[in-house]
Design a protein around this ligand. Structure first.
Ligand code: SF4
Length: 247
C-alpha cells in the first residue's frame, strides 16, 4: 500500500508541549487551506507517495536508535486519515513493544474533524487558521474538543496560535473569542492554549518572544485567559535552523 507521505525524517519537535523531544516526522502532502504564512507550502502540491513498508522501516530503525516520539504532520494529515490510521495501527502493533512505548502526536489545522483517540494518538495538536474560520471549521473544532470528554480526561490536546507582537491585542482578542466559541458550555481542562510568536527572518525572534511573554503577564490578559492553560512557546526549530527543510 502506498501512503501520501512526502518525507520522513528525524529532528527535534520544535513546537508545543513536546518541544525539544527527539522525534520522527512523517509529513503528508496536500492541504485544504493555503495560508499566506505557510512554512511548508512545498507540501501542498507534492503528490509523492511512499510505500507503507518503507515508512515502517524508517520508523523502526529510529525507534531502535531510541526515538520514541512520532509526529504525523503536513500539509494536512486528516485529508488522508484512513491511510494514516492504518500506518499508526501498524506502528503500534509491529514496532512498539508495548502500547505505552511510543508517544504519537498528530498536527492538524483542525478544519476536517477525524476521530483520533481510537487510532492511539496521544496528543492532538490543532493550529486553527483564524482567517479561514467558518461554521464548518468551527463545528470541526468543537468535535475535537468533545472527543476526549467522552474518552478520558487529561491534557492531551493543544491549540496553537501564531501571534505577532505588532498586532498582539487584535490577535489575542480573536483567539479568546474563538476559544470561548469552541468551548461554549464545555469544560475543557484537557486543552492547552499555546501562543507561538510568528517567526520572520528579518525579526529578532528572541526579542519578539520576550515582548509577547511580557505582554501576556499584564493583569488584564492573565485575567482574560484564566480559564485556559495559556503558554507562550516559541518555535525552537526557527531559533536553531530558521526555515530549513527537514528541521
Ligand atoms: S493549514 Fe498549515 S500546512 Fe496548510 S497551508 Fe496553512 S499553514 Fe500550511
Amino acid at each position: 500500500m502506498n501512503l501520501p507521505v512526502i518525507e520522513v525524517f528525524k529532528s527535534i519537535q520544535g513546537e508545543g508541549i513536546c518541544v525539544g523531544t527527539p522525534s520522527v516526522f512523517i509529513r503528508t502532502g496536500g492541504c485544504n487551506l493555503n495560508c499566506d504564512f505557510c512554512d511548508t507550502s512545498y507540501s501542498w502540491k507534492d503528490k509523492t507517495e511512499m510505500n507503507i513498508d518503507g515508512v515502517l522501516e524508517f520508523v523502526e530503525l529510529a525507534v531502535e536508535q531510541g526515538y520514541n516520539h512520532i509526529v504525523v504532520t503536513g500539509g494536512e494529515p486528516t485529508l488522508h486519515w484512513e491511510k494514516m490510521e492504518i500506518l499508526l495501527e501498524r506502528i503500534g502493533r509491529e514496532i512498539a513493544d508495548d502500547p505505552w512505548e511510543l508517544y504519537t502526536t498528530v498536527e492538524t489545522n483542525g478544519s476536517l474533524y477525524q476521530a483520533m483517540y481510537s487510532a492511539g494518538v496521544d496528543l492532538v495538536s490543532i493550529s486553527p487558521k483564524m482567517d479561514k474560520i467558518n461554521d464548518a471549521y468551527l463545528n470541526s473544532l468543537r468535535s475535537y474538543v468533545d472527543e476526549p470528554l467522552g474518552y478520558f480526561s487529561m491534557r492531551d490536546m493543544q491549540f496553537k496560535f501564531l501571534v505577532q507582537y505588532k498586532q498582539i491585542d487584535e490577535d489575542l482578542e480573536k483567539i479568546h473569542k474563538l476559544m470561548e466559541n469552541i468551548r461554549m458550555e464545555r469544560i475543557i481542562d484537557h486543552v492547552i492554549l499555546i501562543l507561538q510568536p510568528m517567526w520572520h527572518k528579518d525579526d529578532d525572534y528572541l526579542k519578539v518572544t520576550q515582548q509577547i511573554a511580557d505582554y501576556i503577564q499584564t493583569p488584564e490578559i492573565i485575567h482574560r485567559f484564566s480559564g485556559f492553560h495559556l503558554r507562550v512557546i516559541p518555535q525552537l526549530h526557527k531559533f536553531l535552523w530558521g526555515n530549513q527543510r527537514y528541521k
